[in-house]
Design a protein. Structure first.
Length: 326
């Protein structure tokens, strides 16, 4: 790459090096072979070492260009203007809480019937009879967060759908996320669900009944569900402690009357600053007579079974202590 910032596209024809300029819209991302006339390249030049082939059939990119899934989606939407981004691709764009074990390298789009599905290796195409709840996100036409959850209902478990609905209705934190309105209110979600009659409706109805405002991660949602499933009282979510003179700290969930705080330590708890804050919170809560229970990815991986046993013991201890005190 020279000082102009444009890739050097080298052709091996007769040993002559050719420098070609990509159009501005293609410099930062991949392009299909059908874009070659616009770029001013031949199919033979595409075989140059300066050009690499992506996993999707017919998709290429300049060797020195870095790109991500959003760039691929833009290229797909340019080539297939009748298609929209859907299913797992839409979930990743919206940063929805989907299980990590799901396919991460598949590009999903949908087309409306009677248009036929797009047949291209590396692209998963769906046929849809419903073009409602589509939004424009920059150059992408994509299913809304609510529509994405509904589309995924036939593939995900009821608990995973509960976590997704928790995410839709959770109250974001303005200081950390820059927004203060949820993706949608519970009333808005119920209104959308009333008009949905696709596969997975029964699971969505059950998941909606299980959903609560206050979960800040998929792990927190699944932890709450396992606590309830274990026969323990449903915990309150996002406890704050200003009422006991400890402002600025919170717990993911817990029981105020029993003075039990439950914390899920995700990835962001590994940095020194967060770790220091967690220790300070635990110190002040314990000084005020609270019990802190913390769980992590280890507990998550075993379905929180052992953690719920520990929580049961602490609840029984607290109840005994309160009876004695009374």
């Amino acid at each position: 790459m020279d000082n102009s910032g444009l890739p050097q596209l080298v052709s091996k024809d007769r040993g002559v090096s050719q420098r070609l300029q990509l159009p501005a819209q293609l410099q930062a991302g991949p392009f299909f072979s059908t874009d070659l006339p616009e770029i001013g390249m031949s199919r033979r030049q595409v075989r140059s070492k300066s050009i690499k082939r992506a996993k999707m059939n017919g998709l290429y990119f300049a060797a020195e260009t870095k790109f991500d899934e959003m760039d691929v989606l833009r290229a797909v939407c340019r080539k297939y203007p009748r298609a929209w981004v859907s299913y797992y691709s839409a979930a990743r764009v919206h940063r929805l809480w989907i299980p990590r074990e799901l396919p991460q390298d598949q590009i999903h789009v949908s087309v409306e019937y009677p248009h036929s599905r797009i047949r291209r290796a590396g692209l998963v195409s769906h046929e849809s009879r419903n073009s409602r709840n589509l939004i424009d996100l920059g150059p992408l036409r994509i299913t809304s967060p609510a529509r994405t959850v509904m589309d995924l209902a036939c593939f995900l478990s009821t608990d995973d759908l509960t976590a997704l609905i928790d995410q839709l209705i959770r109250l974001p934190r303005l200081a950390f996320e820059g927004i203060e309105r949820p993706l949608m209110t519970l009333a808005e979600w119920n209104s959308e669900l009333d008009t949905f009659h696709g596969t997975g409706k029964k699971k969505l109805v059950v998941a909606t009944k299980q959903a609560r405002i206050g979960s800040d991660s998929r792990a927190e949602s699944l932890l709450r569900l396992e606590i309830i499933r274990s026969g323990l009282p449903e915990p309150e979510l996002q406890l704050t402690f200003g009422h006991i003179g400890i402002p600025g700290f919170s717990a993911d969930m817990g029981y105020k009357k029993l003075r039990i705080a439950v914390h899920y330590d995700g990835r962001d708890h590994r940095n020194a600053s967060q770790h220091h804050g967690d220790n300070s919170r635990d110190y002040y809560l314990e000084k005020a007579g609270w019990r802190n229970l913390r769980c992590s990815a280890v507990d998550f991986n075993e379905g929180f079974k052992t953690f719920c046993q520990r929580l049961r013991l602490v609840i029984e201890e607290r109840r005994t202590e309160l009876m004695v005190a009374a």
